[in-house]
Design a protein around this ligand. Structure first.
Ligand SMILES: [Zn+2]
Length: 205
């Protein structure tokens, strides 16, 4: 899964009348979230404030990470969390115009920091895509690559089962390429379909 940054740190836009003190990552509700450092949970947001449900974790160097608009928080105040530990799932709680995660960071004296460098490690399954504020573009190649990457992330399955998993998709895409190119040339259609199968297998890593 690829998620996008829909509002950058410091942004002024329709939903942020004062400079945004964190970043927003659009993601489906229920996305598993990891903590981006080792520390102690110093606050749980119960959902009654604008930030919705969320948490704040203080790291050993005194900085804090704050997650907001979550659906469920799976840790408690005072709990020690490891870097990368799962702390809950994303949602759409509080003042929010759509499913997203708000991520804020504070330095030891309480000043806001830009968390952009850290966001890549929040997602348990997936990555933060390029581009700001745009909706993920659908392409079969990217989707296939993501699917295979997800399977590889979830379990260390080997190439053969990746191939078995992807083969129906490759077959459908090849058939599509064949039918389309046959309108122009029969031999082109044949090589187009073979090329697609080879490409599909090469994409599996
Ligand atoms: Zn935000």
């Amino acid at each position: 899964m690829i998620v996008r940054i829909t509002s950058k740190y410091g942004a002024l836009d329709g939903s942020h009348k004062t400079p945004h003190n964190g970043i927003d990552l659009a993601m489906p509700e229920g996305t598993t979230l990891r903590m981006i450092g080792e520390g102690v949970v110093d606050r749980i947001y119960d959902g009654s404030a604008a930030i919705g449900k969320g948490l704040s974790v203080q790291f050993e160097d005194g900085t804090r990470a704050i997650y907001g608009h979550m659906n469920e928080v799976s840790v408690k105040v005072g709990q020690h969390v490891k870097d990368g530990q799962i702390v809950g799932i994303s949602g759409n709680t509080g003042h929010s115009t759509g499913p997203h995660l708000h991520v804020g960071m504070k330095d030891a004296s309480g000043g806001w920091l830009d968390p952009s460098e850290q966001v890549e490690r929040i997602l348990a399954n997936g990555r933060v895509g390029d581009g700001i504020g745009d909706i993920p573009k659908f392409s079969i190649g990217e989707w296939l690559h993501e699917k295979v990457a997800e399977v590889t992330l979830n379990s260390s399955v080997d190439f053969i089962s990746d191939l078995a998993f992807s083969f129906p998709i490759i077959a459908v895409v090849s058939a599509g390429v064949y039918c389309f190119t046959r309108m122009f040339s029969k031999s082109l259609a044949k090589w187009g379909a073979i090329g697609t199968v080879i490409y599909g297998i090469c994409v599996i890593d």
